[in-house]
Design a protein around this ligand. Sequence first.
Ligand code: HGY
Ligand code: MN
Ligand code: MN
Length: 415
Amino acid sequence: MSSATVAQVPVVNRERLLKRISDLAAVGAIEGGGVCRLALTDSDREGRDLVCRWMQELQLEVSVDAIGNVVGLRRGREDGAPVMTGSHIDTVRTGGRYDGNLGVLAGLEVMAALNDAGIVTQRPLAVAFFTNEEGARFQPDMMGSLVFQGDMPLQQALDTVGIDGTSVRENLDRIGYAGAAPVGNNRVHAFVELHVEQGPVLEHEHITIGAVTGVQGIHWTEYTVEGISNHAGTTPMRLRHDAGIVAARIACFVRDLSARLGGGQLATVGHLQLTPNLINVIPNRAVFTVDLRNTDGVVLVQAVQSVSEFAAVVATEEGVSLTTRSLADFAPVEFAPHLVDRVEAIARQRGHSVRRMPSGAGHDAQMLARMCPAGMIFVPSVGGLSHNVAEFTADSDIQAGADILLELMLELAQS
Ligand code: HGY
Ligand code: MN
Ligand code: MN
């Protein structure tokens, strides 16, 4: 195959990419056009098998590592660290068809377009999907890419028990994706991830491309409150030890805190379970999660501290016990300035509107950024919707993002 100058950059085959998005979305499809492929479930395995088959059809060398990350390698004229792209194909329970999937399938399309054009790059290229990016079943999120990069020990990840009481190890074994490739000592020349924005900014400003400057800090805590169940009709208010009201007060506190801190402080109580969860019984147990995020790492630490202090006060007032478990704690990440510059410049050269912006969502790129220059390309989410079955991105925006990914990867692989 011939080498190519950047001037001869091929274009992606939009129909082929859209068909793969549609075919993968059929795996774990749920009402409303969305997808449910929680990490390491049978539907995740089915999606993995399909993407691996596509990688083989593209003559990529497919490897599976010990945490189940899958990498498809396209040889270059030289050996050495590849220019890598990718994302995740696991989803939340009410997922959309683009979150993560677009980045992996656009990576496949980059390889297919280069194959069609008969181009062999100087450096190798790779496209990956990382295990358990969502963190919805097993925490933390971005688990696979964090193990791939080396900052999360493999055994700790494998021992992690999920929300249904089973471990990563037993599920990885069950679906047959406990691979042989080592983790933690990988070399990557540069990493670029295409992803839907998952927020309202690009659509609101009528902009096609986001040149992502970095990812905000993320802090997840699980709270367990133990009180005393009692009769709702006979127990005077002053004698109650109500786990449910403590959970409710903390949930209201985090919302008020984000308003007080202002700026980019975000706070979410996404999981809340009361026991015995009955209309006429004072709950004796509440388990809930608090998701705090901020682009400002200092304010994020303050927010975490404020919630912790408030939780201790209300628990004492109510006479209940409180235990916490930290599920994720990631400081804000800045992407490589030269990659942010190139995303912006290539988008402009191709006639697209573009703006710089941080990412509100966590991404595998933030973990790869710990080991190599990393960057991201955003395309708009209609209605700013994500983690929602109605998630949608226009075909033309998908093509724009994929073409920029192709050109940037080619540029990085030829330099
Ligand atoms: O939680 C996140 O931001 C990502 O979707 N895992
Ligand atoms: Mn994602
Ligand atoms: Mn997601």
